[in-house]
Design a protein around this ligand. Sequence first.
Ligand code: FE2
Length: 188
Amino acid sequence: MLFPEGVAIDSLTGALLPSTSSYVKRVSELFGIYADAAAFAEYIAQGGDQVAYEVVDYRKAESDLSFGTTVMTPGKIGDEYFMTRGHFHVRQECGELYYTQTGLGVLLLESRGGDVRSVEMKPGVCAFIPPGWAHRSVNVGRDKLVFVWVCTTDAGHDYGEILERGMRQRVVERDRQPQIVPNLKYAP
Ligand SMILES: [Fe+2]
């Protein structure tokens, strides 16, 4: 039997107390998602392999709802900002919420039908991710991007499709500003 409890979320660090699990993704594990392969290789060659993002969960298998935080490090590979792998949910009827607590980001979304959207991520904004939309968050700020997510426990992550073909849009820095541009390497 599950019992209610309060979970403290640190809006600056993304720490959950209590939490059930967590994982980190290092930049080196994100080979292939950035447009500039040479810049990626150079970044790694120079010993740069920091944590790109960390995910902390509060997840109970017996409950339909789970939540947690994602903490994204600021940075760029070439002119492209650090980002998550991006995924569809395995259960296509499952949506998600991303509530930004700290930092600035862009949430890239696209449907399998080819619609593309983006939502600005900034403190106080709760992004609604409808069922059926792939989503990838991008840290376009100078500081950490911390957001709380709430999702169906067994929604499942399908990373393969986005890793294989990419998303239709990228977020790059132009004149020191984030700009959404078409992904010239998009390969459906
Ligand atoms: Fe998701």
